[in-house]
Design a binder for this molecule. Structure first.
Ligand SMILES: [Zn+2]
Length: 211
């Protein structure tokens, strides 16, 4: 748990430090916010079929009574929890990251699934004016991370001259980049928005009452 909090702190710190940098990249790139879906579908077809023993299933229940099925994947000595769409996308990026950066994308991940409890802790720390929390976090159940649909990367480890190409590649396969709204470490999957809207509680207060 402590490690998790520490991770979240690092992410927040990182997103603060890289804000101007992100703006610079964003302004100079002139990338579209989204790429059209056909490119995305083509890439997904190339993903090798998942082997059963590559992951475990992980279930969570929302305050609205919806059961969410996520994947728990082991990579090296780390475990990651995420939506299966996210897993497909990250696998798609695996070779690209190895080619351009020499390391798998999984080694750059600082946050993927975040439980509503962790989200609330983060939010409360911001309310209590914790200087390490640079941006206002979403409330519990209101972050894409709470559905395994967002990923944060250690972008400070990516050489600045290579970062724009990485962002472009991630956008091409369907990621929305947080740098377009002030959070450059964050990448999320807009194709899961409809699903999240359907199952997420209207107000985080609902979550407290069922606890
Ligand atoms: Zn994030």
């Amino acid at each position: 748990m402590y490690d998790l909090i520490k991770n979240i702190m690092n992410i927040e710190r990182e997103s603060g430090l890289n804000n101007n940098y992100a703006k610079l990249i964003h302004n100079s790139l002139n990338l579209p916010k989204y790429y059209p879906p056909p490119i995305l579908e083509k890439i997904i077809e190339q993903i090798p079929k998942k082997k059963k023993n590559q992951y475990e299933l992980y279930y969570i229940e929302t305050p609205t009574g919806h059961k969410i099925e996520l994947l728990k994947v082991k990579k090296g000595n780390k475990e990651f929890i995420m939506h299966n769409k996210m897993y497909e996308k990250l696998n798609t990026l695996s070779d690209y990251f190895k080619d351009i950066l020499g390391q798998d994308i999984f080694s750059y991940i600082t946050s993927l699934y975040r439980s509503p409890e962790e989200q609330e802790q983060l939010y409360n720390r911001w309310l209590n004016k914790d200087p390490d929390i640079v941006h206002k976090p979403s409330e519990a159940w209101h972050s894409k991370h709470n559905y395994g649909a967002a990923v944060d990367l250690a972008i400070s480890r990516i050489p600045k001259e290579k970062f724009p190409a990485v962002v472009e590649q991630m956008k091409r396969i369907g990621f929305k980049w947080g740098g377009d709204f002030g959070d450059p470490v964050h990448f999320e999957l807009p194709e899961l928005n409809k699903w999240i809207e359907k199952i997420k509680p209207k107000r985080s207060k609902n979550w407290h009452s069922t606890k």
